[in-house]
Design a protein around this ligand. Structure first.
Ligand code: SF4
Length: 303
């Protein structure tokens, strides 16, 4: 994937996520957003951003405490910030964001060769084709195979690990090796068929040696997972392991207590549970993992 395609994918996913967030706010009855004045630049030269600020991923799903449509001190200002009224309907802003995403796509397209890949993938296969031989983060140097994900186009459950396992990296496919065998047994116990699940990871390439994905790697790969969720529209996401959960919720302080509790990702209910690798190391945790999965089964009326 070229740099232009990568940047475009990121911008499109950001705009798409923001539009989806606004739609959800409207569904909740929050139909207007107050406009905030942009903070005036300080007279003194601002200090350099902290390491955490530099590493922080873009807020593809803005926190409610900081409405993303408030005027920003960054330039150029997004189109929505130029609204004349002090309060604008979410529906109108959502439309503006969709238009903004399209204009980004068209602008970048004008600088690209005519045989470039489609702008906004509508199928998982098209998204995979767009991703190509991705070199967007340093993990590309370590991987044997890019493990995009596999499963139903519109699954009931999407399982998300942190990064491919060693066997997945070797084969290029999820569900490989001992972890895959255990996960397969878990799916069978949940009475799920292959047509009902999709398996992927936060980052699609494995580090060597194995470690947690770095925040910058997560940030670089985030648009791919966001697009997979947008296209697949799973009913539930099951997060496998603390590393995956921390990568998906970088701005939240998470503890072991958060396992087994419903959360949300891109508007989809999300259940964190143990990673199969840990369950292989500590079989005594299988009972708790099964309780997590039973909550998912209950939500999907599988039991
Ligand atoms: S982890 Fe994601 S962003 Fe990094 S090289 Fe692999 S596919 Fe590209």
């Amino acid at each position: 994937m070229s740099g232009v395609q990568s940047d475009e994918m990121l911008l499109q996913e950001l705009a798409g996520d923001l539009a989806a967030w606004l739609r959800r706010q409207s569904e909740l009855g929050l139909t207007t957003l107050a406009r905030r004045e942009a903070p005036r630049p300080a007279a003194a030269r601002p200090s350099a951003p902290s390491e955490r600020q530099q590493a922080a991923p873009p807020q593809s799903q803005p926190a409610q405490s900081q409405p993303p449509l408030a005027a920003s001190s960054r330039s150029p200002a997004p189109p929505v910030a130029s609204a004349a009224s002090s309060a604008t309907s979410n529906e109108a802003i959502g439309r503006r964001m969709e238009e903004f995403a399209q204009s980004v796509s068209q602008t970048l397209s004008s600088n690209r060769a005519p045989d470039a890949a489609p702008q906004r993938a509508t199928t998982l296969a098209a998204l995979r084709a767009q991703l190509g031989d991705c070199h967007r983060c340093p993990l590309c140097d370590d991987r044997t195979n890019l493990v995009f994900g596999e499963g139903a186009e519109h699954p009931r459950i999407m399982f998300v690990g942190d990064m491919p396992t060693a066997d997945e990296d070797r084969t290029g496919r999820p569900l490989a090796g001992a972890e895959g065998e255990l996960l397969t047994k878990m799916l069978q116990a949940m009475k799920l068929t292959p047509e009902q699940v999709y398996l992927t990871s936060v980052v699609k390439c494995r580090s060597n040696p194995a470690r947690r994905p770095h925040p910058e790697e997560v940030r670089r790969c985030r648009p791919v997972l966001a697009a997979q969720i947008r296209i697949a529209q799973p009913e539930v996401i099951v997060v496998l392991g603390g590393a995956a959960l921390a990568a998906l919720k970088p701005d939240e302080t998470l503890t072991a207590e958060d396992r087994g509790k419903w959360m949300e990702l891109h508007g989809v209910p999300m259940m964190p549970t143990f990673h199969p690798t840990l369950l292989l190391q500590k079989p005594e945790l299988k009972k708790a993992a099964w309780q997590d999965l039973q909550q998912v089964m209950k939500r999907l009326a599988l039991s």
